[in-house]
Design a protein around this ligand. Structure first.
Ligand code: NAD
Length: 361
C-alpha cells in the first residue's frame, strides 16, 4: 500500500533543509520498502512569486489528497511589504485551518551531546524532555472581528478577538491528556484566567476533562509565571497545553532552552491523525543560500511524520537514532557548534545522517 507525502519546501532555507530530509526518506523508502510516493508543491513566498498568492488552489488540493505533508518554512523580507492577506505566512495559516490541523505538538528535548549549547546552566537543562501542546487553529490569531478601524475622533485603532469555543478547548485538551498519559503522566495547562474570561472557560474545561484521565496529574499556571518557570526550572514540566498565542511564544522559549531552534521538530495534527510536519524555526533569511542551515529539525520532523501520520514507528526510531549517532560523531552545523567538534554545512549534515542510517537499517 502506498502513502502520499507532499513536500512543501517553501522559502529561505526551506528548500535546503527539505532536500536533506528527502535524502533520508528516500533511503528508508528504498531499503525498508515504505511505499512512500512523493509530490511537491509551492507555498509561501515561492507561491506568491509564481502565482500571486501564498496558497494556490493546486497546493491545497494536493495537501487535501496527501496522507502527510512535510514543510520547510515560509516567509522572508522580500514579501514583508505585501498586505497581510497575501503574505507568505497566510499560506501556512491557510493550510492549518483548511486541513483543521488544530493540535500542534512541539517537543523540546535537550540531547545530552548538546548540553553546552544551551544558554542556561547544564544542571538546569540537562536531560530536559518536555512537550508543548499548542492549539493551532483558534484563539486570537483567527478570531473575528479583526482589523484596523478609524474612530470618530480620527484616531486609528487596531483590534483582534480572543475566542475559544468549548469544543475547541475539549479537542486540544484530549490531545494533551493522551500525550501526557503516554509520557510522564503530568499535564500543566497554561492560561491567563486572572484576566481573560476566555481562559477562565479554558481552565474549567481542562478540570472537567481531568475526570476522564485519573492517571494524569493536572495543574494550572498563569502564562507569565510559565514563561519564568521555563527558564528557572524547566524540568518540573512534562506536557504543557495552551492556546495558540501563548503556545507560539512559550514553545519558542522552550526551543531556546535546548540551545538551538535548528534541532526542534513539530507536528500539527487533525482529528484523523493527518498531519503537517515542519521544523519549529522559520525561513532564516539571514543564512539562506549559504548551505549552513541545520537540517536536523526537518529530518526529525520527517521522523515524527512517519510516527504520527503514517504509523511507521520503526523507521521513525531509526531516524532519531541516526541523528543521535551523528551528534556522537561530533558533526555540528554552525548553530550548535562548539570547540573541538566537526563543523559541517547543511548537505554534509544530511549526508552524515544518511550514512549513519545506512549502518542502522
Ligand atoms: P527564524 O527562525 O527564521 O530565524 C531566527 C534565527 O535562528 C536566525 O538567526 C536564523 O538564522 C536562526 N535559524 C533558524 N533556523 C535555523 C536553522 N535550521 N539552522 C541554523 N540557524 C537557524 O525566525 P525569524 O528570523 O523571526 O523569521 C524569518 C522569517 O521566517 C520571517 O519571514 C518569518 O515570518 C518566517 N517564519 C516562518 C515560520 C514557518 O514557516 N513556520 C516560522 C517562524 C518564522
Amino acid at each position: 500500500m502506498t502513502k502520499q507525502v507532499l513536500m512543501l519546501a517553501g522559502d529561505g532555507i526551506g528548500p535546503e533543509i527539505v532536500a536533506e530530509a528527502q535524502k533520508v526518506l528516500n533511503l528508508l523508502n528504498e531499503r525498508m520498502s515504505l511505499g512512500l510516493v512523493f509530490d511537491h508543491a509551492l507555498v509561501g513566498g515561492a507561491a506568491i512569486d509564481a502565482t500571486g498568492g501564498p496558497l494556490p488552489e493546486e497546493t491545497m488540493a494536493k495537501a487535501r489528497g496527501a496522507d502527510a505533508i512535510l514543510l520547510g518554512a515560509v516567509g522572508g523580507p522580500k514579501w514583508d511589504a505585501l498586505e497581510m492577506a497575501i503574505r507568505p505566512e497566510k499560506g501556512l495559516l491557510g493550510l492549518r485551518s483548511g486541513l483543521e490541523l488544530f493540535g500542534n505538538l512541539r517537543p523540546a528535548i535537550l540531547y545530552p551531546q548538546l548540553a553546552d549549547a544551551s544558554s542556561l546552566k547544564p544542571e538546569i537543562v540537562a536531560g530536559l524532555d518536555i512537550l508543548i501542546v499548542r492549539e493551532l487553529t483558534g484563539g486570537i490569531y483567527f478570531g473575528q472581528p479583526r482589523g484596523v478601524r478609524t474612530l470618530e475622533n480620527g484616531e486609528r485603532q487596531g483590534f483582534n478577538t480572543y475566542v475559544y469555543s468549548e469544543s475547541e478547548i475539549r479537542r486540544i485538551g484530549h490531545v494533551a491528556f493522551e500525550a501526557a498519559r503516554k509520557r510522564g503522566g503530568k499535564l500543566c495547562s497554561i492560561d491567563k484566567a486572572n484576566v481573560l474570561e476566555v481562559t477562565v472557560l479554558w481552565r474549567e474545561i481542562m478540570n472537567d476533562l481531568a475526570k476522564e484521565y485519573p492517571d494524569v496529574q493536572l495543574s494550572h499556571m498563569y502564562v507569565d509565571n510559565a514563561a519564568m518557570q521555563l527558564v528557572k526550572a524547566p524540568k518540573q514540566f512534562d506536557v504543557l497545553v495552551t492556546g495558540n498565542m501563548f503556545g507560539d511564544i512559550l514553545s519558542d522559549e522552550a526551543a531556546m532552552l535546548t540551545g538551538s531552534i535548528g534541532m526542534l521538530p513539530s507536528a500539527s495534527l487533525n482529528a484523523e491523525g493527518k498531519g503537517m510536519y515542519e521544523p519549529c524555526h522559520g525561513s532564516a533569511p539571514d543564512i539562506a543560500g549559504q548551505g549552513i542551515a541545520n537540517p536536523l529539525a526537518t529530518i526529525l520532523s520527517a521522523a515524527m511524520m512517519l510516527r504520527y501520520s503514517l504509523q511507521m514507528e520503526a523507521p521513525a526510531q531509526k531516524i532519531e537514532q541516526a541523528v543521535s549517532v551523528v551528534l556522537d560523531q561530533g558533526f555540528r552545523t554552525a548553530d550548535i557548534y562548539s570547540e573541538g567538534m566537526k563543523k559541517v554545512g547543511t548537505a554534509e549534515m544530511g549526508e552524515a545522517v544518511v550514512a549513519a542510517l545506512n549502518e542502522l537499517i
